[in-house]
Write a protein of this length. Structure first.
Length: 570
């Protein structure tokens, strides 16, 4: 559609439109949008009652005017209000490798609820493992035989390994007896020491670049805030406050991933657990060695006869098999299964290796470990861990086997995701809605669209994860059992959820840009027509500053961000 012949480009749409009205004009309204008038011999500007005009009057008088795009002014505003937030995108957790890093950024920006949910699950899982392995360490220090006291340090290292490997699809493997060997055999101590050290060395910690970017963003933003407060307080200033509230989620997310912990690069977990670890294999003629340990597998591959169902070439497991912190939401069930296998192996072995009274009766079927750990075989280790020498450990728990802690983590992570998403988006919507004219307009409606789309994207991806787990846990128990309907539903919900998040990320950045170029300077977007339709009106003749309301909404979003950061820190 092109512009009509009567289209007029103006540098100040509001000022030019206001100049076309006088006391004799129809459609004048007061601060509540109710019809009003001013004295014939006076001016609109001198009247305290006249605030604007109806939407219909605006269309009739100013409908042919278009705000000319002032790119220089837009660039100044964008560099002070938007650029600090864009710069912080570089500090978001990617570590997925290649173009998947770009996808991670889009998912974070397009759905802060998803980023918060994954981060919260990671934090809650770390706390869970710390509590579990703290108890195991205390038992190992007091109960185990003196010759097996190396288990104390091993439990401590395993605690770190389990916490630091959440951004990778982990599996516990006992098919060759390797998991039990890793847990009990003394010559596996070196593996745990190196793995723990490597994971700590590649962990993403607090960096000076993050500090510099944060300080720069904060100072730039504070300068913009002070300038906005001192400037004429028209609706545009209030909407800048609203736009800034929309981005506040960035601080707790970036801080949270640094505080909770993630690996600084893709492939770091595989390097720490598998690459270049030469493990001796007992019982092999000539003292054979295997280069890679197999007990802790940082991959999502299935063994025959299993083959993963697909729909239109897309794997039903989806994000569960992808590396990267943003995808931790999809690993909540498989990570708990992995952690539970390892924890139970340690728990059972510590009981097996306990100190026994000299004349204590031997319980039938009780495993008695050799007095010298060097004489322990892989089969002894398996028996000590309560495992068979060769056993397939399930990666996908049945619904009835899922621990209550898992459900609690999901529930609390969901609450935190909604809290941060709508604590910031809701603050922006509040400021935009109550900036005169009060009501739902282009900008406040845009904030609402962003929040709703971000929430829907997160819900679809979580639903996809549940459907995927349902398909896989059935398949793992019976390779012949297929659920085609659940398979395509899992794929479709994942694809649609990601598509919404990507589009929403583009929408947020585009919205932040076009809002400053004057595109919203029209009768439609300056009014609250989305809500009141024929009864809509626009502010033309008064500044309409509501500094207290703007600061209140903005402050609320900051408080939400700080509370979320405190939760991650605790």
């Amino acid at each position: 559609m092109g512009n009509s012949p009567s289209t007029t480009y103006v540098s100040d749409w509001v000022g030019e439109c206001a100049s076309r009205f006088n006391c004799n004009s129809t459609g004048l309204v007061d601060i509540l949008g109710q019809p009003t008038s001013c004295l014939v011999n006076s001016t609109i500007q001198s009247s305290h009652d006249v605030w604007g005009v109806t939407y219909e009057a605006c269309k009739a008088v100013c409908g042919g005017m278009v705000q000319s795009v002032n790119f220089s002014s837009a660039v100044v505003v964008l560099t002070t209000w938007l650029l600090p937030w864009i710069a912080l995108i570089a500090q978001l957790p990617f570590e997925a490798g290649g173009w998947m890093d770009l996808l991670s950024a889009c998912l974070c920006v397009g759905s802060p609820a998803l980023a918060t949910y994954s981060l919260a699950l990671t934090a809650f899982n770390r706390r869970y493992i710390s509590n579990q392995f703290k108890q195991l360490k205390e038992r190992a220090a007091t109960d185990t035989q003196q010759n097996y006291r190396y288990m104390v340090e091993r439990v401590e290292k395993a605690d770190v390994v389990l916490k630091e490997t959440q951004q990778c699809p982990m599996r516990a493997d006992q098919r060759t007896g390797e998991l039990a060997s890793l847990v009990v055999l003394p010559d596996r101590q070196n593996f745990w020491l190196i793995a723990e050290k490597d994971l700590k060395n590649t962990g993403r910690g607090f960096t000076y670049s993050f500090l510099a970017q944060t300080i720069l963003a904060f100072m730039s933003y504070m300068v913009s805030l002070i300038v906005a407060v001192d400037s004429p307080q028209g609706p545009d200033v209030g909407l800048q406050f609203a736009a800034s509230s929309l981005w506040i989620w960035m601080f707790p997310i970036v801080f949270g991933y640094i505080r909770v912990g993630s690996q600084c690069k893709a492939g770091a977990i595989k390097e720490a657990l598998v690459d270049n670890h030469i493990i001796s294999q007992r019982g092999v003629p000539g003292g054979g060695e295997v280069r890679y340990q197999k007990g802790l597998r940082p991959d999502a591959n299935l063994y025959p006869p299993f083959d993963t169902p697909t729909w239109l070439g897309r794997d039903v497991r989806g994000d569960e098999r992808l590396e990267g912190p943003i995808f931790n939401y999809a690993r909540i069930f498989t990570w708990f299964a992995f952690a539970d296998h390892v924890r139970k192996a340690f728990d059972t072995s510590i009981y097996c290796l306990r100190t026994r009274e000299p004349n204590a009766p031997v319980v039938p079927q009780e495993v008695i470990p050799p007095a010298d750990p060097e004489n322990m075989t892989a089969q002894d280790a398996a028996s000590c861990c309560g495992l068979a020498p060769s056993q397939n450990l399930r990666a996908f728990m049945s619904w009835e086997d899922i621990p209550s802690d898992t459900i609690q983590h999901i529930f609390y992570a969901a609450l935190l995701a909604l809290f941060l998403q709508w604590g910031t988006t809701g603050a922006a919507l509040f400021v935009g809605y109550y900036t005169r004219p009060v009501g739902l307009g282009c900008r406040s409606g845009s904030y609402l669209i962003y929040g709703v789309a971000a929430t829907i994207s997160w819900l679809l991806l979580v639903l996809s994860q549940f459907l995927s787990h349902e398909v896989m846990q059935q398949l793992e128990r019976n390779p012949l059992q297929r659920s085609p309907h659940k398979t395509w539903m899992a794929v479709v919900t994942r694809v649609v959820g990601k598509a919404i998040a990507i589009a929403n990320a583009g929408w947020l950045i585009a919205l932040s840009f076009i809002a400053e170029t004057g595109i919203f300077k029209t009768c439609l977007c300056q009014s609250n027509s989305f809500q009141y339709h024929a009864g809509a009106w626009i502010v033309l003749f008064k500044g309409g500053g509501r500094l207290g309301l703007w600061l209140g909404g903005f402050t609320f979003s900051i408080v939400v961000g700080l509370l979320t950061a405190v939760i991650f820190n605790v």
